[in-house]
Design a protein around this ligand. Structure first.
Ligand SMILES: [Mn+2]
Length: 497
């Protein structure tokens, strides 16, 4: 057989990906001639040098030190998580695990942070996938990671410089964890199945996620700035939606979602959670994210949406808006009751009060209001009795949750911390609502199908609170005036009219 004939018969496989004449390109894909791969991976100008360092790299180092101090002598493994398949060979947009981001700033998929005890203090290693740049055949042959296909991401050297942390190729993580087997190794589980299988589960492991959640309860100045920026973008997104309401009355809730999400992509990483664009009686469905209904003149639109900042801190804001620009008397009655509950809840926010005190304040107002509306029978103390709580048919949910990198932030914190006294630097939502289902016979007919929630993001300060989302009006008159102003004013920076 001549050489030229041999090169027509690919002799490569998954186990033997490169031969003299061929490069394996994966199942169902024809092998690629080696001479083409050599051509594709030669004669490229070198990358422009980048010497930048993440502005918060020192904060990440401090956080790694603090979490290591909480687990002396232990090795901690915190993965970012893999890409998730949406269908067949397409993935969802990647969003790195929250604790991993909190400790590294890195947003790569598949990466793993290992913090190991050492003689001179804890030692962090960030394992990241190496570059698949023009120096590697994957540049051209790997459609999932090759830089010609998906663009460049930081590799080992680039990540070490940018995040100011020791880095190693991802392929080394299994072997390196094996060498640390003598120490107790705690894995933040549930993020990366491959990493989970590398290390046997440990009894004490839940403490790792609890401790990380509890560390994240108090926000530092940089985190508060990121939240303020996410909220400012969210305010602009709500303004965009108001401007687009005429279009929404034509094409429905999809317009509301699409217009808000446009702002989220333009100014942030994405939305922090699926936008709830709930018009009419959809507003009574707490997590209405289908967003395929009509938006009708005369109905209310409940929009619960938040822009996620590029550094992944998210806003979480709700406004309930009259589609026509004017509340009907019945809508206004319900709206003002919810607003009074929100005012009462916000009023009690300050360091030292119980996490549930704002909730209790709001529920007292709502229960009294439900009695006034003839929906519940008084006295209010009877309604609120722990062994009755009949108001919950209409209030449905708690008034607050923590807010930060996750929309329901710090969720793994132990109950005595999450539900303990508020501290300066906590950021939480205050979001009472009333939901009158369309077919609820206990509700006067004029209120059926009305759902109202008003949600703001508040920072606990030394002597009270600061409403970070006060850029959006809350009072009914102010909401109407704000909508009218947007409709008569310039069409906005993202308008295509
Ligand atoms: Mn919320």
């Amino acid at each position: 057989m001549s050489d030229s004939h041999a090169s027509h018969e690919p002799d490569v496989s998954e186990d033997n990906p490169i031969s003299e004449h061929w490069v394996w390109a994966g199942h169902h894909r024809p092998a690629i001639p080696r001479v083409l791969v050599d051509h594709m991976t030669s004669a490229w100008a070198p990358d422009a040098p980048d010497t930048s360092v993440h502005p918060a790299s020192a904060d990440f180092a401090t956080r790694r030190y603090r979490i290591a101090q909480a687990f002396p002598g232990k090795t901690l493994v915190i993965p970012s998580g893999p890409l998730k398949v949406r269908a067949n060979d397409t993935d969802y947009r990647f969003r790195a695990g929250t604790d991993f981001v909190y400790l590294t700033g890195c947003q790569d998929p598949d990466a793993v942070l290992v913090i190991a005890p050492g003689a001179e203090g804890p030692r962090s290693t960030l394992y990241v996938a190496p570059r698949r740049d023009h120096r590697t055949h994957e540049f051209f042959t790997d459609a999932r990671y090759g830089e010609l296909w998906v663009g460049a991401r930081r590799g080992v050297e680039e990540s070490a410089r940018y995040f100011d942390v020791e880095c190693a190729p991802l392929e080394y993580v299994a072997k390196d964890l094996e060498s640390l087997a003598a120490t107790t190794t705690l894995v933040l589980r549930g993020l990366d199945g491959t990493v989970d299988r590398l290390v046997p589960a440990h009894d004490d492991e839940a403490r790792l996620s609890e401790e990380l959640s509890e560390m994240r309860l108090v926000k530092d100045a940089r985190e508060i700035t990121h939240l303020e920026e996410a909220i400012a973008s969210t305010v602009r997104g709500f303004e965009d939606v108001v401007r687009a309401l005429p279009l929404a009355t034509q094409f429905g809730e999809r317009v509301v979602e699409g217009v808000f999400n446009l702002r989220a992509r333009v100014e942030g990483n994405d939305v922090g959670y699926n936008t709830i664009a709930a018009s009419g009686s959809h507003a009574t469905v707490l997590h209405w994210t289908t967003n395929d209904g009509d938006v009708r003149h005369g109905d209310l639109l409940l929009l619960d949406a938040g822009v996620e900042h590029a550094e992944l801190y998210t806003a979480d804001v709700t406004r309930t808006l009259p589609v026509s620009g004017t509340f009907s008397p019945a809508q206004r009655r319900i709206y003002e009751l919810v607003l009074a509950a929100q005012d009462a809840a916000m009023e009690v926010v300050r360091p030292g009060v119980d996490f549930l005190d704002p909730h209790r304040a709001a529920m007292a107002v709502l229960a009294a209001g439900l009695i006034d509306l003839g929906i519940l029978e008084g006295p209010v103390e009877d309604v609120l009795r722990p062994d009755r709580q009949l108001h919950r048919r209409y209030t449905l949910h708690g008034v607050s949750h923590m807010l930060g990198l996750d929309v329901h932030d710090c969720a793994q914190a132990r109950n005595e911390h999450y539900h303990g006294p508020l501290q300066e630097g906590y950021v939480l939502t205050v979001e009472p609502g009333l939901y009158f289902q369309l077919h609820d016979l206990t509700v006067p007919e004029e209120y059926r199908g009305i759902g109202v929630r008003i949600e703001d993001d508040v920072l606990v300060t030394a002597d009270g609170y600061r409403n970070l989302s006060e850029g959006l009006p809350r009072r009914a008159d102010d909401v109407e005036a704000w909508m009218a102003g947007l409709w008569s004013g310039p069409s906005g920076t993202l308008s295509w009219r």
